[in-house]
Design a protein around this ligand. Structure first.
Ligand SMILES: Nc1ncnc2c1ncn2[C@@H]1O[C@H](COP(=O)(O)OP(=O)(O)O)[C@@H](O)[C@H]1O
Ligand SMILES: [Mg+2]
Length: 393
């Protein structure tokens, strides 16, 4: 199964690009589902679908063309299917603490439940081979970063906390009953969590396998949008996901040559160039601004043609990691593949959370995670084709 994430800032064109890619994949005979993780679901809208049809779907895939389905999750349905006993315990707990029953039920929808539900679907599709291709129309950057951290966090929770918690509750129950009014979670709760984990097993490996899963960052040639894309690039890399293309959407076509747009055209040109330098060797796929909104099958198909041309949209456009941040003997180390350089050519600068690496006339900047950006000392060494940057306090 092939999985592609479409991520980026709100409004850059994620949903449109995901849908366009879906059309291209389906036309190649691949059974494709586009799933939406944005609460402001808009897949059905851009396919010009009746809202009633999607509402009746109860969060299951709805066919929109030959080989093509869209799926917008319905959290209430997910709770009934996957979260039953967990949700029941949480709402009882909240209700006992004095909250109104309806409010307690609502609040017992924990942040992350929706994301985990989506992971459950992906894993199920991977296990039963129901679809050849799963495309994910992600929520705006911040939320999708939380999403990709979930598999790792869950792994950690089940290994480190869950087993202890389960044992603790077992022994504490008789004592706790005498002192607290709060209900402790019962066997049902723990069993439900264990079942959930069983269903999620392997999803982490699936998402970090570059043969199967890649991320495409959708961006626009504008300063603020690009900054966010750089950040997203760093975080996805940090979680070991492979980014195989940057889709530079909404570039003004050359035909727009009225003086009014002069400044726009110049600044866009600059930002497209900057993005190319920044993200290389990951390819940048430019897409021009259309005459109007990209709605309906035909327009989306035209968008797909613009993005991919004659390429197969399911190919991995880039393999390998442009950089890798690791911890070696307790110290952070950034490893960048830069063949043919010499140490005296390298200059490093750090401005806030951005690391700028200059090698002769070539400039590369990398957004650093907060804990790394806080470290003052920088040192570079060369090891074969790699430049290693060592951070220290
Ligand atoms: N290349 C383009 N040319 C013109 N309009 C576009 C283009 N790409 C996206 N749009 C329009 O921009 C708006 C936002 O796109 P959308 O895909 O919903 O963004 P996101 O999912 O990132 O929030 C939509 O109205 C869409 O039709
Ligand atoms: Mg969207």
């Amino acid at each position: 199964m092939r999985i592609i994430f479409f991520a980026g800032k709100g409004g850059v064109g994620k949903t449109s690009v995901a849908a366009a890619t879906g059309i291209k994949a389906a036309e190649r005979g691949k059974k494709t589902v586009i799933m939406s993780l944005d609460v402001a679901h808009s897949l059905s809208d851009i396919f010009d679908m009746e809202k009633a049809l999607i509402n009746q779907s109860k969060g299951e895939p709805v066919q929109v063309g030959e080989n093509l389905w869209i799926q917008e999750l319905d959290i209430q349905e997910e709770i009934e299917k996957n979260w039953g006993d967990i949700h029941k315990y949480l709402s009882t707990l909240l209700n006992t603490t004095g909250l109104d029953e309806i409010l307690a039920e609502e609040l017992a929808i924990l942040p992350g439940m929706e994301e985990v539900s989506l992971l459950l679907h992906i894993n199920r599709y991977a296990r039963n081979n129901h679809f050849d291709v799963v495309l994910l129309d992600c929520a705006p950057t911040g939320e999708s970063l939380r999403f990709i951290s979930i598999p790792t966090t869950l792994e950690w929770y089940i290994n480190k906390i869950f087993k202890i918690e389960k044992t603790l509750v077992k022994y504490a129950r008789p004592v706790a009953k005498r002192f607290y009014d709060l209900p402790l979670p019962g066997e049902d709760y723990f069993d439900a969590i264990e079942r959930l984990f069983e269903k999620l097993r392997g999803v982490d490996a699936l998402l970090t396998d570059p043969e199967k899963t890649t991320v495409r960052l959708v961006t626009n040639p504008e300063k603020i949008v690009l900054k966010e894309t750089q950040r997203a690039f760093m975080y996805f890399s940090l979680y070991k996901m492979s980014i195989d293309a940057i889709i530079m959407n909404r570039v003004l076509p050359d035909a727009v040559n009225e003086p009014y747009f002069q400044d726009w055209r110049e600044s866009q040109k600059r930002y497209v160039q900057e993005a190319e330098d920044y993200f290389q060797p990951v390819p940048l796929l430019p897409v021009n601004l259309f005459r109007g909104e990209v709605l309906g099958y035909d327009n989306l198909k035209a968008l797909g043609d613009k993005i991919y041309g004659s390429r197969n949209p399911l190919d991995r456009f880039f393999m390998g990691k442009p950089y890798e941040l690791t911890k070696v003997e307790g110290k952070y180390q950034l490893k960048m593949k830069l063949p043919f350089i010499e140490k005296r050519d390298v200059a490093l600068h750090k401005i806030a959370d951005e690391l700028i690496v200059r090698i002769g006339g070539f400039k590369r900047s990398v957004m650093l995670p907060r804990q790394v950006a806080a470290l003052d000392s920088l040192k570079a060494t060369l090891e074969g084709q790699y430049l290693l940057i060592h951070f220290d306090s």
